[in-house]
Design a protein around this ligand. Structure first.
Ligand code: DX5
Ligand code: ZN
Length: 221
């Protein structure tokens, strides 16, 4: 079940001194979701932002908050980010001993649960999870930093995940994150992705360019 392609700007590339305005500008520019990258300096070698920032941004938009937790351990943080305003919570199977429990926890809080596959993580990790997730995130860079180059081998993985989703018959979103431009985004959509996360490509050129940036990404799709 293919859903219409949605664009999710990652605020990791926004101007952190003006985050509220940046989120409002992306909403006005036609974004479908706001992607929020949470990095803990431990699971990934970078620190980004915490729940207080998410809570402060919540009144800036009615768009869903797509919170990508690159944190280990992660279970204790899930309720905290839900309370702060997350609509979708995506976690990495490597970030805790019991990924299935984490997915159950997210859904028990009434939010959509996503599972993220790093470039080196095999699709087989979905075997026992596909019946319980709402979103699968294929990482097309290794997590931790914005502005990295797209890893082309992940296009085949998107294709494989698309097959798995279609076989499942469930309405699971297929998101891709890392190095997404109009060009790489088009490859990912052709392979079956239906949410494009883009940091650098969304925020390039400042607020005057946002509508054009979103339109280009959508046009690629
Ligand atoms: C990487 C993050 C991405 C990143 C995307 O760990 O999950 O969301 O910010 O940034 P770009 O689009 O610049 O690769
Ligand atoms: Zn992300």
């Amino acid at each position: 079940m293919r859903q219409p392609v949605r664009i999710a700007p990652s605020i990791l590339s926004a101007d952190f001194a003006r985050l509220g305005e940046e989120v409002r500008a992306m909403d006005a520019a036609g974004a479908d979701l706001i992607h929020i990258d949470v990095m803990d300096g431990h699971y990934v070698p970078n620190l980004s932002l915490g729940p207080a920032v998410v809570r402060a941004l919540r009144p800036a938009t009615r768009l869903p908050f797509d919170v990508h937790l690159m944190c280990a351990p992660v279970d204790g943080l899930v309720p905290v980010f839900v309370e702060a305003g997350a609509d979708i919570v995506t976690v990495h199977p490597e970030a805790g001993p019991h990924i299935h429990r984490t997915v159950q926890l997210i859904r028990s809080l009434g939010r959509q649960a996503g599972v993220a596959l790093n470039p080196g993580t095999p699709v087989a990790v979905l075997d026992q999870l596909i019946g319980d997730v709402d979103l699968i995130l294929v990482m097309s860079v290794n997590p931790g930093f914005g502005g990295q180059a797209f890893i082309p081998s992940q296009v085949d993985k998107i294709r494989a995940v698309r097959r798995r989703i279609d076989e499942s018959g469930r309405a699971i979103a297929l998101e891709v994150d890392g190095g997404i431009t109009a060009e790489t985004g088009a490859l990912c959509v052709a392979a079956g992705a239906d949410i494009l996360v883009a940091g650098t490509a969304s925020f390039a050129g400042g607020p005057d360019a946002y509508s054009c940036n979103i339109a280009r990404l959508r046009g690629a799709a």
